[in-house]
Design a protein around this ligand. Structure first.
Ligand SMILES: [Zn+2]
Ligand SMILES: [Zn+2]
Length: 300
């Protein structure tokens, strides 16, 4: 049985939390890996409410350093210290993360008994045999990264391509399945030419950004596209002025990228009595749109 990717929406509000929506944070679990995407204020309690164990966190990915996305960090790091966390905690973020993390650790006089490794990332920044992580720069008031978690598929032999190139079976097929190039009758073939990937799964996270051309190529064909939608298009000028997305633009990005499902988060409290407005606007453009509540979860 193949293991599933589990995602928990720990917080789905924008910069002002409401009684039912906490500051942004999402938890992704795959095999032994537990990755936290952003850590807004109150994330620790959301982790407890979701019955997750903070000591199992392996990586924290910060989209940007606006308070609503990072205020939960000092408290969480302290809890890890108090709970005997002994792993190396990897924290990834956009440009400036190293200095800001250093200041944060100094400000709260941390004396961590565990290692914290901080990296400023752009492009593919982590890969193992099961999955990889990549980032893309977004368009916000401060440096901001979007992230992809991609579970690798298994490489399968493309039989049509093989007959096209008149390649017969043999030991070289094993090499191709490992993603290696082969030489056949004096010609070189890359694994990409002769194989296809089966079972690949992609989860994309696009927080705080103005709509921009980089979004759709980055989230292309994602199984799950989690996107900020702070505003509705009736106040699109405000969204542009504050470097945020509208539900309509999130829907357009999802449609263009041919994703499977769109999940709208970072919802402004001004819509707390009329959430349907946000969902309707996105659905008009992209049918498979959803509006998760705090602590909702999904598996793919
Ligand atoms: Zn925000
Ligand atoms: Zn922001």
């Amino acid at each position: 049985m193949t293991e599933k990717i589990k995602i928990v929406f720990l917080g789905t509000s924008d910069s002002v939390p409401s009684a039912s929506r906490n500051h942004p944070s999402m938890w992704l679990n795959y095999k032994g890996e537990n990755i936290l995407f952003d850590c807004g204020e109150g994330t620790q309690r959301q982790i407890r409410k979701a019955k997750l164990n903070p000591c199992k966190i392996t990586k924290i990915l910060i989209t940007h350093w606006h308070a609503d996305h990072v205020l939960g960090l000092p408290g969480l790091l302290k809890t890890l210290e108090m709970s005997g966390y002994r792993k190396t905690l990897h924290i990834y973020g956009p440009k400036g993360t190293k200095l800001l993390m250093k200041s944060l650790l100094k400000l709260f006089a941390f004396r961590t008994d565990y290692q914290i490794k901080i990296e400023e990332v752009n492009g593919k920044f982590f890969e193992n045999e099961d999955f990889y992580l990549e980032s893309e720069k977004m368009d916000h008031r401060v440096p901001c990264n979007a992230y992809n978690f991609v579970k690798k598929g298994k490489l399968r032999i493309d039989k049509i391509k093989h007959s096209q190139f008149k390649i017969t079976s043999g030991k070289h097929l094993q090499k191709l399945k490992q993603g290696k190039a082969i030489s056949y009758k004096g010609k070189k073939y890359s694994a990409k030419t002769l194989t296809y990937s089966e079972g690949e799964k992609k989860v994309s996270f696009v927080l705080d950004t103005a709509f921009n051309k980089k979004i759709s190529p980055f989230v292309k064909e994602a199984d799950v596209f989690i996107c900020e939608s702070a505003f509705s298009s009736e106040i699109k000028e405000k969204a542009e002025e504050r470097y945020h997305m509208t539900a309509k633009k999130a829907g357009e990005a999802a449609k263009k990228a041919k994703v499977k499902k769109l999940f709208l988060i970072h919802i402004s409290q001004r819509y707390s009595k009329n959430l349907e407005q946000i969902l309707k606007e996105a659905k008009k453009i992209f049918k498979n749109s959803y509006l998760p509540k705090d602590l909702d979860s999904l598996e793919i």
